[in-house]
Design a protein. Structure first.
Length: 247
Protein backbone atom coordinates (compact mmCIF):
# COMPACT_ATOMS: atom_id res chain seq x y z
CA UNK A 1 0.00 0.00 0.00
CA UNK A 2 1.60 3.25 -1.09
CA UNK A 3 0.80 6.90 -1.65
CA UNK A 4 1.02 10.32 -0.04
CA UNK A 5 0.35 11.04 3.61
CA UNK A 6 -2.31 13.57 2.64
CA UNK A 7 -4.48 14.15 -0.39
CA UNK A 8 -3.55 17.67 -1.54
CA UNK A 9 -5.13 18.07 -4.98
CA UNK A 10 -6.35 16.06 -7.97
CA UNK A 11 -3.12 16.44 -9.96
CA UNK A 12 -1.01 15.12 -7.07
CA UNK A 13 -3.29 12.09 -6.67
CA UNK A 14 -3.30 11.33 -10.39
CA UNK A 15 0.50 11.36 -10.39
CA UNK A 16 0.65 9.27 -7.22
CA UNK A 17 -1.78 6.67 -8.59
CA UNK A 18 0.28 6.37 -11.78
CA UNK A 19 3.49 5.94 -9.78
CA UNK A 20 1.94 3.33 -7.48
CA UNK A 21 0.67 1.39 -10.49
CA UNK A 22 4.06 1.54 -12.24
CA UNK A 23 5.73 0.18 -9.10
CA UNK A 24 3.32 -2.76 -9.01
CA UNK A 25 1.51 -1.90 -5.78
CA UNK A 26 -2.21 -2.83 -5.56
CA UNK A 27 -3.42 -0.23 -3.04
CA UNK A 28 -3.30 3.58 -3.13
CA UNK A 29 -3.12 5.34 0.23
CA UNK A 30 -4.03 8.95 0.93
CA UNK A 31 -5.32 10.82 3.96
CA UNK A 32 -8.36 13.03 3.47
CA UNK A 33 -9.07 13.52 7.19
CA UNK A 34 -5.84 14.37 8.99
CA UNK A 35 -5.40 14.32 12.80
CA UNK A 36 -2.56 16.75 13.41
CA UNK A 37 -0.68 17.65 16.56
CA UNK A 38 -0.90 21.36 15.77
CA UNK A 39 -4.30 22.96 15.07
CA UNK A 40 -2.52 25.21 12.55
CA UNK A 41 -1.22 22.32 10.43
CA UNK A 42 -2.95 21.08 7.26
CA UNK A 43 -6.06 19.18 8.37
CA UNK A 44 -6.92 17.50 5.06
CA UNK A 45 -9.54 18.13 2.38
CA UNK A 46 -12.24 15.93 3.89
CA UNK A 47 -14.90 14.52 1.57
CA UNK A 48 -13.42 16.33 -1.44
CA UNK A 49 -10.09 14.59 -0.79
CA UNK A 50 -11.83 11.21 -0.58
CA UNK A 51 -13.31 11.75 -4.05
CA UNK A 52 -9.89 12.66 -5.43
CA UNK A 53 -8.36 9.51 -3.90
CA UNK A 54 -11.09 7.20 -5.13
CA UNK A 55 -11.22 8.71 -8.62
CA UNK A 56 -7.44 8.49 -9.07
CA UNK A 57 -7.40 4.88 -7.88
CA UNK A 58 -10.31 3.86 -10.10
CA UNK A 59 -8.51 5.04 -13.23
CA UNK A 60 -5.73 2.53 -12.49
CA UNK A 61 -7.74 -0.33 -10.99
CA UNK A 62 -6.32 0.21 -7.51
CA UNK A 63 -7.93 -0.39 -4.15
CA UNK A 64 -7.74 2.41 -1.57
CA UNK A 65 -6.96 2.94 2.11
CA UNK A 66 -7.66 6.12 4.08
CA UNK A 67 -7.97 7.14 7.71
CA UNK A 68 -11.30 7.59 9.47
CA UNK A 69 -11.48 9.90 12.49
CA UNK A 70 -15.14 9.56 13.42
CA UNK A 71 -18.13 7.53 12.19
CA UNK A 72 -19.62 10.55 10.41
CA UNK A 73 -16.62 10.93 8.07
CA UNK A 74 -17.60 10.48 4.44
CA UNK A 75 -15.43 7.70 3.00
CA UNK A 76 -17.62 6.33 0.21
CA UNK A 77 -15.66 4.15 -2.17
CA UNK A 78 -12.66 3.63 0.13
CA UNK A 79 -11.87 -0.08 0.31
CA UNK A 80 -9.95 -0.17 3.61
CA UNK A 81 -10.67 2.09 6.58
CA UNK A 82 -7.62 3.01 8.63
CA UNK A 83 -7.75 3.64 12.37
CA UNK A 84 -4.73 5.81 13.16
CA UNK A 85 -2.42 5.54 16.13
CA UNK A 86 -4.21 8.35 17.97
CA UNK A 87 -7.55 6.53 17.73
CA UNK A 88 -6.46 3.01 18.64
CA UNK A 89 -7.95 3.55 22.12
CA UNK A 90 -11.15 5.20 20.79
CA UNK A 91 -13.58 2.45 21.75
CA UNK A 92 -16.60 4.33 20.40
CA UNK A 93 -15.05 4.52 16.94
CA UNK A 94 -13.97 0.87 17.10
CA UNK A 95 -17.50 -0.23 18.04
CA UNK A 96 -18.92 1.72 15.12
CA UNK A 97 -16.40 0.18 12.71
CA UNK A 98 -17.22 -3.27 14.07
CA UNK A 99 -20.60 -2.88 12.37
CA UNK A 100 -18.99 -2.05 9.03
CA UNK A 101 -18.54 -4.63 6.31
CA UNK A 102 -15.25 -3.19 5.14
CA UNK A 103 -11.70 -4.14 6.14
CA UNK A 104 -10.23 -2.07 8.97
CA UNK A 105 -6.50 -1.40 9.24
CA UNK A 106 -5.73 -0.88 12.93
CA UNK A 107 -2.54 1.00 13.69
CA UNK A 108 -0.78 0.45 16.98
CA UNK A 109 -0.92 3.43 19.33
CA UNK A 110 2.17 5.54 19.94
CA UNK A 111 2.62 4.19 23.47
CA UNK A 112 0.40 1.12 23.33
CA UNK A 113 1.57 -2.21 24.65
CA UNK A 114 1.26 -5.29 22.47
CA UNK A 115 -1.69 -6.50 24.59
CA UNK A 116 -3.50 -3.17 24.30
CA UNK A 117 -3.12 -3.30 20.52
CA UNK A 118 -4.66 -6.77 20.35
CA UNK A 119 -7.49 -5.80 22.70
CA UNK A 120 -8.31 -2.87 20.42
CA UNK A 121 -8.58 -5.39 17.60
CA UNK A 122 -10.91 -7.43 19.78
CA UNK A 123 -13.37 -4.51 19.84
CA UNK A 124 -13.68 -4.92 16.07
CA UNK A 125 -13.77 -8.71 16.09
CA UNK A 126 -16.21 -9.03 18.99
CA UNK A 127 -18.52 -6.53 17.30
CA UNK A 128 -18.79 -8.64 14.17
CA UNK A 129 -16.11 -7.33 11.79
CA UNK A 130 -13.65 -10.12 11.03
CA UNK A 131 -11.78 -8.13 8.35
CA UNK A 132 -9.12 -6.70 10.66
CA UNK A 133 -5.55 -5.88 9.62
CA UNK A 134 -2.97 -5.09 12.31
CA UNK A 135 -0.43 -2.37 11.53
CA UNK A 136 2.83 -1.87 13.44
CA UNK A 137 3.93 1.75 12.88
CA UNK A 138 6.54 2.25 15.52
CA UNK A 139 6.17 3.17 19.18
CA UNK A 140 7.40 6.14 21.19
CA UNK A 141 10.58 5.43 23.15
CA UNK A 142 13.49 7.44 24.56
CA UNK A 143 15.25 7.29 21.17
CA UNK A 144 15.31 10.56 19.20
CA UNK A 145 17.37 9.58 16.15
CA UNK A 146 14.19 8.29 14.48
CA UNK A 147 10.60 9.49 14.69
CA UNK A 148 9.54 6.31 16.49
CA UNK A 149 11.03 2.88 17.19
CA UNK A 150 9.90 0.09 14.87
CA UNK A 151 8.99 -2.99 16.94
CA UNK A 152 9.52 -5.91 14.58
CA UNK A 153 9.30 -8.33 17.49
CA UNK A 154 5.61 -7.43 17.76
CA UNK A 155 5.15 -8.39 14.11
CA UNK A 156 6.64 -11.83 14.69
CA UNK A 157 4.62 -12.33 17.88
CA UNK A 158 1.35 -11.20 16.26
CA UNK A 159 1.89 -13.67 13.43
CA UNK A 160 2.50 -16.44 15.96
CA UNK A 161 -0.46 -15.90 18.29
CA UNK A 162 -3.19 -14.34 16.12
CA UNK A 163 -4.88 -15.25 12.84
CA UNK A 164 -4.84 -11.63 11.63
CA UNK A 165 -2.73 -10.23 8.79
CA UNK A 166 0.00 -7.85 9.94
CA UNK A 167 1.42 -4.96 7.94
CA UNK A 168 4.22 -2.54 8.77
CA UNK A 169 4.40 1.23 8.25
CA UNK A 170 8.13 2.00 8.00
CA UNK A 171 7.50 5.63 7.07
CA UNK A 172 5.98 6.70 10.39
CA UNK A 173 8.26 4.32 12.26
CA UNK A 174 11.40 6.06 11.04
CA UNK A 175 10.38 9.52 9.85
CA UNK A 176 13.37 9.39 7.49
CA UNK A 177 13.19 8.58 3.78
CA UNK A 178 16.57 6.85 3.68
CA UNK A 179 15.44 4.30 6.28
CA UNK A 180 12.16 3.29 4.67
CA UNK A 181 13.51 0.75 2.17
CA UNK A 182 15.83 -1.06 4.65
CA UNK A 183 13.05 -1.24 7.26
CA UNK A 184 10.58 -2.46 4.64
CA UNK A 185 12.90 -5.28 3.66
CA UNK A 186 13.48 -6.16 7.31
CA UNK A 187 9.70 -6.26 7.90
CA UNK A 188 9.25 -8.58 4.93
CA UNK A 189 11.96 -10.90 6.25
CA UNK A 190 10.33 -10.88 9.70
CA UNK A 191 7.04 -12.14 8.29
CA UNK A 192 4.93 -9.03 7.69
CA UNK A 193 2.06 -9.63 5.28
CA UNK A 194 2.28 -6.19 3.74
CA UNK A 195 3.68 -2.67 3.85
CA UNK A 196 2.04 0.74 4.20
CA UNK A 197 4.53 3.15 2.65
CA UNK A 198 4.38 6.89 2.06
CA UNK A 199 5.28 7.99 -1.47
CA UNK A 200 4.85 11.50 -2.88
CA UNK A 201 5.46 12.64 -6.47
CA UNK A 202 7.27 15.70 -5.08
CA UNK A 203 8.19 15.15 -1.41
CA UNK A 204 9.81 18.57 -1.12
CA UNK A 205 6.42 20.19 -1.77
CA UNK A 206 4.37 17.89 0.49
CA UNK A 207 2.01 19.58 2.94
CA UNK A 208 2.90 17.00 5.60
CA UNK A 209 5.52 14.31 6.23
CA UNK A 210 7.54 14.98 3.08
CA UNK A 211 10.78 13.98 4.82
CA UNK A 212 9.61 10.38 5.17
CA UNK A 213 7.96 9.96 1.76
CA UNK A 214 9.69 7.93 -0.93
CA UNK A 215 10.15 9.29 -4.44
CA UNK A 216 8.38 7.28 -7.19
CA UNK A 217 11.69 5.79 -8.34
CA UNK A 218 12.48 4.73 -4.75
CA UNK A 219 9.14 2.94 -4.52
CA UNK A 220 10.01 1.07 -7.71
CA UNK A 221 13.40 0.18 -6.20
CA UNK A 222 11.70 -1.20 -3.09
CA UNK A 223 9.39 -3.35 -5.20
CA UNK A 224 12.37 -4.56 -7.24
CA UNK A 225 14.24 -5.68 -4.13
CA UNK A 226 11.34 -7.25 -2.21
CA UNK A 227 11.14 -10.56 -4.13
CA UNK A 228 14.78 -11.37 -3.41
CA UNK A 229 14.39 -10.82 0.33
CA UNK A 230 11.18 -12.85 0.42
CA UNK A 231 12.78 -15.68 -1.52
CA UNK A 232 15.60 -15.82 1.04
CA UNK A 233 13.04 -16.66 3.75
CA UNK A 234 10.96 -19.01 1.55
CA UNK A 235 8.22 -16.50 0.80
CA UNK A 236 6.82 -14.99 -2.40
CA UNK A 237 5.53 -11.54 -3.34
CA UNK A 238 1.74 -11.66 -3.59
CA UNK A 239 0.35 -10.17 -6.78
CA UNK A 240 -3.17 -8.82 -6.33
CA UNK A 241 -5.75 -10.13 -8.82
CA UNK A 242 -7.21 -7.42 -11.04
CA UNK A 243 -10.70 -8.11 -9.70
CA UNK A 244 -9.61 -7.51 -6.09
CA UNK A 245 -7.69 -4.38 -7.04
CA UNK A 246 -10.83 -2.89 -8.58
CA UNK A 247 -12.98 -3.39 -5.46
Amino acid sequence: MAGPCAVEDAVQMAQAAAAVTQAGCPVLRGGAYKPRTSPYAFQGLGAAGVRMLVDAAARHGLATVSEILEPADELDGVAILQVGARNMHNSSLLKALARQRRPVLLKRGLSATFEEWLLAAEYLLAGGNDQVILCERGIRTFETATRNTLDLASVVLAKQITHLPVVVDPSHASGRRELVIPLSLAAAAAGADGLLVEMHPRPGEALCDGSQALLPEELRELMRRLPGVLAAVDRELWRAPALWRAV
